[in-house]
Design a protein around this ligand. Structure first.
Ligand code: HEC
Length: 159
């Protein structure tokens, strides 16, 4: 008798959980699809951030020694955007892409680091990530790739 009561309690609990999940799922599904205009606006907002990141990437203003990210990372190269978080030897811990962006501002560029959730930092991340869209992920890229300093090239400062 006791056992049956216990079982029915479990059954009732699972019915409540399942119907709760169904209500949540249907609420999510009930959301109207985004309109073409909304999608265009969202994409424009992203591209504004990418453009801002592009400008910062090619600007020596982030640092204090005349270098820009693009001097060593033309077109966002060697940032290995899809590999984060990971153990990064320079950071000495498992870190994020944003932490590595700040490491490069502070160390090779001798500049002042950005706030992690600042518009600038988000723009830098947006640029580097956008530059890698559609690039096939090679297993070897999970390892670290050194930055390649260049004197000129497509990523050399334009501003
Ligand atoms: C003087 C050259 C130089 C400049 C300028 C430079 N970096 Fe770097 N960057 C490096 C070096 C060196 C590393 C470390 C590579 C390693 O750990 O093997 C690195 C690594 C990175 C990584 C991590 C790559 C990985 O997979 O571990 C990111 C992300 C990065 N840089 C972003 C930037 C950004 C953003 C800027 C501009 C704010 C910048 N770098 C400016 C030299 C530079």
């Amino acid at each position: 008798m006791k056992k049956i009561r216990k079982m029915s309690f479990a059954a009732v609990t699972s019915i409540i959980v399942v119907s709760g999940a169904l209500i949540i799922t249907s609420a999510v599904q009930a959301k109207p699809p985004r309109s073409e205009t909304q999608i265009a606006q969202e994409r424009a907002a992203l591209m504004t951030a990418v453009a801002k990141g592009d400008a910062l990437w090619h600007s020596a203003k982030l640092g204090n020694n005349g270098l820009a990210c693009a001097n060593c990372h033309p077109d966002g190269s060697a940032t290995n955007v899809h590999t984060w978080p990971k153990f990064q030897t320079n950071l000495g811990k498992v870190g994020t892409l944003r932490e590595m962006i700040n490491w490069c501002i502070a160390v090779p560029m001798q500049g002042r680091i950005l706030e992690y959730d600042s518009e600038e930092m988000i723009a830098m991340e947006a640029y580097a990530t956008f530059a890698h869209r559609g690039v096939a992920i090679a297993p070897a890229k999970d390892e670290q790739h050194g930055a390649v300093p260049v004197k000129s090239g497509p990523g050399y400062p334009r501003h």
